[in-house]
Ligand binder design. Structure first.
Ligand SMILES: Cc1ncc(COP(=O)(O)O)c(C=O)c1O
Length: 410
């Protein structure tokens, strides 16, 4: 058994008037970057903040009345949690969600907001999944798998139908991969309707299991390091999804943490779309030129989710600004006398740079006696302007060092 186009079309009928048929937006900046027409399927605007409600609703809808009365249980890093909680609430079914203790706070709060009971357990998705299986046994709940289930895959596949219906001339669809549910559904839908379309999967370098699993011929566990793309931090793909990926997916690429951050930044800055790390992975792969496209192609990246903590988003944006030379961090020494900080800030003002933060350090830096260290975060127009500011401060006599150009991957 596998998923057929007709299963996805059935799911589509079930989901009609329940989900948002999310918009497909053209992205001129990205098009210029990659030299082909780029589109974004804005699934980050979906109910629950990600595509997950599609599969979860399709699954819960098909449960018998007896199963519905027992309630459902699901393990999740956060997005499946919200999808299941929302779908269960819409069916008046009790939902218990097991999330790792360190799941993002926004996702925990939102899941509770949909009326689910949240159990925080373990450090990883796998530990949460084992707990959910235990609750299935002891409480009689119905287990709702996050990806390795044909009804879940069919629900996610409705995204593929929407893309092809709106853009019949699409040639490439790029989809992030965690356990493989969303790419499986989209690949079956899109390739059944447009056999020539290329389907490309993206994983975080820090948790990339699919390539090795394909090589080994069975799902194997990835060497895992933390990633800002927590939605795709799944150590092992599913059995069913791996088979579908083998048959339908053309290529799999990986993206680094810095590339993911640039993808998030791009979506916020150029498209006014808040996306989480996993949601941005497709755009990240395109920006990093990991996917070959030719000028006549129409490329669609699926922005699968927008659930990112505000403080992580702020950190990502700031760090990318530093990387791009739009924020510069300078360390200087000034005499420890009244008015010296004001003089320095006047010199900065002469350059047109905007002061974001200033720290006055005496003991922490072990500055020479009689002098103090000043650390400044400045906003500048671009890298060239940043260099002008640096030069100007040196020319007027300050000792200056520039920070923040190291490699955060190491
Ligand atoms: C935002 C986001 N993108 C992508 C994925 C990957 O989905 P799948 O596990 O079906 O591959 C997830 C999974 O939770 C997700 O939350």
């Amino acid at each position: 058994m596998t998923v057929k186009l007709s299963d996805i079309q059935d799911a589509r009928k079930i989901l009609q008037n329940i989900i948002i048929p999310t918009p497909i937006l053209s992205d001129d900046k990205l098009s210029k970057e990659i030299g082909a027409k780029a589109f974004l399927k804005a699934e980050c605007l979906q109910k629950g903040g990600s595509f997950k409600v599609r599969g979860a609703y399709n699954k819960i809808h098909r449960l018998s009345d007896e199963e519905k009365s027992r309630g459902v249980v699901a393990p999740s890093m956060g997005n499946h949690a919200q999808g299941v909680a929302l779908a269960a609430q819409l069916h008046n079914v009790k939902a218990t969600i097991v999330m790792p203790k360190f799941a993002p706070l926004t996702k925990i709060i939102a899941t509770k907001g949909y009326g689910a009971e949240v159990v925080l357990f373990g450090e990883t998705f796998d530990e949460a999944a084992a707990k959910a299986r235990e609750l299935q046994e002891t409480q009689g709940f119905v287990y709702v798998h996050a990806f390795d289930d044909y009804l879940i895959i069919a629900g996610q596949g409705t995204i593929g139908v929407e893309i092809v219906e709106e853009k019949p001339d699409i040639t490439v669809i790029i989809v992030p991969i965690g356990g493989g549910g969303i790419i499986s559904g989209i690949a079956i839908a899109a390739k059944s309707l447009v056999p020539k379309v290329r389907i490309i999967g993206v994983q975080a370098e820090n948790c990339a299991s699919v390539k090795t699993s394909l090589k080994e011929g069975k799902p194997v566990e990835a060497v895992f390091q933390p990633t800002i793309a927590d939605g795709i931090a799944v150590k092992r793909p599913g059995e069913k999804t791996l088979e579908i990926i083998r048959e339908y997916v053309d290529e799999i690429v990986t993206v680094s943490e810095e590339e993911i951050a640039r993808g998030i930044f791009h979506c916020v800055q150029n498209n006014r779309l808040v996306v989480e790390g996993a949601g941005a992975a497709g755009v990240s792969a395109l920006l990093a030129k990991k996917i070959k496209v030719s000028p006549e192609e129409n490329v669609c990246a699926v922005l699968c989710g927008g659930n990112i903590d505000a403080n992580l988003l702020a950190r990502v944006l700031e760090q990318v600004l530093v990387r791009q030379g739009r924020y510069i961090i300078l360390k200087l020494l000034v005499s420890d006398r009244p008015g010296m900080l004001a003089t320095l800030l006047n010199k900065v003002a002469e350059t047109g740079a905007n002061v974001i933060e200033v720290f006055h350090r005496r003991a922490m830096w072990l500055a020479p006696l009689g002098r103090v260290g000043i650390e400044m975060l400045l906003e500048v127009r671009d890298e060239e302007h940043g260099q002008d500011v640096f030069r100007h401060l040196e020319e007027v006599g300050y000792y200056v060092e520039r920070e923040g150009q190291g490699d955060w991957e190491k």
